[in-house]
Each structure stands twice: as C-alpha cells, then as structure tokens.
Write a protein that binds this ligand. Structure first.
Ligand SMILES: [Zn+2]
Length: 131
C-alpha cells in the first residue's frame, strides 16, 4: 500500500525535492548519495548492441509509451534498462526478437492478462511477444 505521508522534503518544510545525486564514476542518478549500485559504463547503445530489428522496435515502442506519460530518464545497467523520473519505476529485463519482458514498480497488484506479480518485490512483470 502506498504511503499517505508527504515526502520527507515536504515534512521538513521544503517545496521542491532535493536534486538527484550523480555517481562521479558512472554518471547514473540516484535519490540518495552513495547508494549501492552496480557501477559501470553501461549505456542504452550497449544494451541494444547485437539486438535485432524487432527487438529494437520493441525497445523504441516501450520508450515512446513511457514518454507519453512525461519525460523519463533511461538508466541502463549491466543486464537491463530501467526508466526513472526520480526513482526507477519501470524497466526492460529481457529483450529479443521473440519478445520483451518489462516490469513496473506499482503500489498495488494489477489484474491484467500476461502480468506476473512478484509479491516480495513491488513490481509487476509482463512478457510481451514481438507479434
Ligand atoms: Zn556509479
């Protein structure tokens, strides 16, 4: 269940969230300083390298879908690409010519065909076929 409390910066009297912290080694953005992460030179281009045309089209379609909701930042890691505004809320964990597996961090279960819930993790995973 989602918290009904205002965020910490508002409880402290602030009107704007603090700026994101940028890791000086990899350049990735985080809500808090020195948060643990798999630090490395990961890029979207690296994630898409050796992917076929259908996989790349799936990637572009998913990014376009997310951007219909507002600006998002791609946050690539060694094995996936997450998407964030302030926190990572969605990600592509598998991508091939056969389909794509995406996950969303949600505050509630979602009844949807193709959705697999991971009860111990606050995310819902869909596996989408390429056709
Ligand atoms: Zn880093």
């Amino acid at each position: 269940m989602a918290s009904t409390q205002p965020p910490a910066y508002r409880r402290a009297g602030g009107t704007r969230p603090p700026p994101l912290w940028r890791c000086p080694r990899c350049g990735r953005l985080f809500v808090t300083r020195n948060i643990y992460h798999g630090c490395g030179p990961y890029t979207v281009a690296g994630f898409l390298k050796r992917k076929g045309p259908r996989a790349r089209a799936l990637y572009r379609g998913f990014v376009a879908l997310l951007r219909r909701c507002g600006p998002v930042i791609a946050a690539p890691t060694k094995t996936r690409v997450a998407f964030m505004v302030r926190v990572r809320f969605a990600g592509i964990s598998a991508l091939s010519e056969r389909g794509m597996t995406v996950a969303f961090a949600l505050t509630r279960p979602l009844a949807s065909p193709g959705a697999a819930h991971r009860p111990l993790q606050p995310e819902v995973v869909w596996t989408l076929p390429a056709d």
